[in-house]
Design a binder for this molecule. Structure first.
Ligand SMILES: Cc1cc2nc3c(=O)[nH]c(=O)nc-3n(C[C@H](O)[C@H](O)[C@H](O)COP(=O)(O)O)c2cc1C
Length: 255
């Protein structure tokens, strides 16, 4: 997908409000995997001066391509227009994208044209003003144990790609983030995120990597027990003992 020696322009959107974000740790590994000749511009919707789209349609009808709002999105739109790869890293909030991430994505309207056209699947679309090949990858984490918690977000992301004129480049969705900060527990996920970055650079993230990174570490019931125990005293005492047993002793607890 990317020619050798060519600089790949990446926009990385880090969608957690937390300073110690698990999602961002995975994003960092993915970006590292992309390797050299990569120019990365990061945006943090929760830390930006980011207003909501006002639906005034100035960017379509009065000042084509230019948003009337004066905030940090101006820089993001320039970067998004130029990008070869958009990496959307987001925690799952109430089964979807967090408010600030959605507010960020809603603001891409100046990049697309008002005219309604028809895509290859016969579906109504707006074209990008400046059409060029752009790929988007989703990296998402959630606190519940089951991977199907991402179903709504995954469908939304696929639809979002079509809406924004991005080629869908794959998704890394990781549940059980409640144990992510226990030393060593997420190490394999970080390695797989880096591998996904390497694969992405070479063409596409393999299904095997996407499946492996999504595989839950603990069975659902053990995870619930460990996390519930951690609410009282953190990962010391009972929570740590349950986790240790699950990871080392009772192999049945491993999925
Ligand atoms: C407001 C809010 C809503 C959440 N909703 C869900 C949810 O619907 N399902 C789920 O599994 N986790 C949910 N979580 C947990 C986060 O998805 C999880 O902790 C995530 O991995 C945090 O990522 P971060 O460390 O990058 O911020 C929610 C967390 C918050 C703060």
């Amino acid at each position: 997908m990317y020619r050798k020696g060519e600089t790949v322009k990446v926009v990385a959107v880090s969608g957690s409000p937390r300073m110690k974000s698990v999602t961002e740790s995975l994003l960092n590994c993915f970006l590292e995997g992309l390797g050299p000749d990569t120019s990365i511009t990061r945006f943090y919707p929760y830390r930006m001066n980011l207003k909501f789209c006002q639906a005034c349609w100035h960017c379509w009808l009065k000042t084509p391509g230019k948003c009337v709002l004066d905030d940090d999105m101006a820089d993001a739109l320039l970067a998004l227009d130029e990008a070869d790869l958009v990496v959307l890293a987001s925690p799952l909030y109430v089964d979807g994208f967090p408010g600030a991430v959605k507010a960020f994505v809603d603001r891409i309207i100046p990049l697309i044209e008002p005219a309604i056209t028809v895509d290859a699947e016969g579906h109504s679309r707006h074209r990008r003003r400046r059409m060029h090949h752009q790929t988007a990858v989703l990296i998402a984490t959630c606190g519940f144990p089951e991977v199907d918690n991402f179903n709504v977000m995954r469908s939304h992301f696929v639809a979002m790609c079509k809406n924004a004129g991005w080629n869908y480049g794959g998704e890394l969705v990781i549940s059980q983030s409640g144990i992510a900060r226990v030393p060593g527990v997420f190490d394999e996920k970080y390695l797989l995120a880096k591998k996904a970055g390497q694969e992405c650079r070479l063409g596409r993230i393999s299904n095997e990597t996407m499946e492996s990174i999504s595989r839950p570490i603990l069975d659902h019931e053990t995870y619930r027990q460990v996390v519930n125990a951690s609410f009282e005293g953190g990962f010391r005492g009972q929570a740590s003992e349950l986790l240790r047993q699950a990871l080392n002793g009772d192999k049945k607890a491993l999925v």
